[in-house]
Design a protein around this ligand. Structure first.
Ligand SMILES: Nc1ncnc2c1ncn2[C@@H]1O[C@H](COP(=O)(O)OP(=O)(O)OP(=O)(O)O)[C@@H](O)[C@H]1O
Ligand SMILES: Nc1ccn([C@@H]2O[C@H](COP(=O)(O)O)[C@@H](O)[C@H]2O)c(=O)n1
Length: 211
């Protein structure tokens, strides 16, 4: 069984994907981390994230980079968004994601193109979203919990810039896949969002079984 969870930055898709993984007993892959690893690797090598050759060269990153705390920063999120527009970068990361998706027993993946490109035949597909204001507030709370006091206007601008880039790129743009259910978490607690996600996935799996 493959479950695909897509959506924009800070929509809560990672939280939902992990909760679904625990509920259904499936392994989970946050595919954004792969693009973040490429973005951070480009930076470390002194390359230009907007130059496709530099970004592609960084795709052979050492997996140790996946554990670096810097990977989670908003700055690296923006770098990831810039390297992810290059088709050769996306192609270089496809097999790792498809291998994970098709492992025996099934898997859950979250990202931007899971239900559209990586696993279009997934058994269940969710598109998780939330308003820009709510997503910026979540980022603010995360930063505050780590002792930072980011500027709210910059957070909003960063999220909007990332949304625009991710939705308007030529290759694998962020969009709601055919057959995906929309889940807006703006006014939902985490518990309520997870409950709704499980109900939506169960209903899709049911429909799938009945053919
Ligand atoms: N429904 C919710 N209500 C309140 N906070 C939430 C909700 N869902 C997620 N959060 C919080 O918002 C933050 C971002 O959530 P999460 O990491 O799941 O988003 P994401 O879409 O995976 O982000 P990204 O794509 O940028 O990695 C986390 O601190 C998480 O605990
Ligand atoms: N399947 C994916 C996943 C991510 N991206 C790009 O990476 C950026 C960072 O992703 P996060 O989920 O960690 O915020 C994101 O803004 C996308 O540009 C992608 O293209 N495809």
């Amino acid at each position: 069984m493959i479950i695909a969870v897509d959506g924009p930055a800070a929509s809560g898709k990672g939280t939902i994907a992990k909760a679904l993984a625990a509920h259904y007993g499936l392994p989970c892959l946050d595919t954004g981390l792969l693009y973040r690893a490429v973005g951070l690797a480009v930076l470390k090598r002194g390359g230009d994230p907007d130059r496709e050759a530099d970004a592609l060269a960084a795709c052979d990153f050492d997996d140790a980079i996946l554990a670096e705390p810097a990977l989670r920063s908003e700055a690296v999120g923006s770098l990831a968004s810039r390297v992810s527009v290059h088709p050769s970068v996306r192609a270089a990361l496809v097999s790792r994601q498809r291998d994970f998706a098709t492992q025996p027993g099934g898997a859950i993946l979250d990202g931007r193109d899971i239900a559209t490109v990586i696993a279009p035949d997934a058994d269940a597909k969710l598109f998780v979203t939330a308003s820009v204001a709510v997503r910026a507030q979540r980022r603010y709370s995360d930063a505050q919990a780590q002792g930072a006091r980011p500027d709210m206007d910059s957070l909003i601008a960063d999220i909007q810039a990332r949304d625009t880039r991710d939705m308007s790129r030529d290759h694998a743009p962020l969009r709601v896949a055919e057959g995906a259910d929309l889940l807006d978490t703006s006014d939902l607690t985490i518990d309520a969002a997870v409950r709704q996600a499980i109900a939506l996935v169960d209903a899709q799996l049911d429909r799938h079984r009945k053919g």
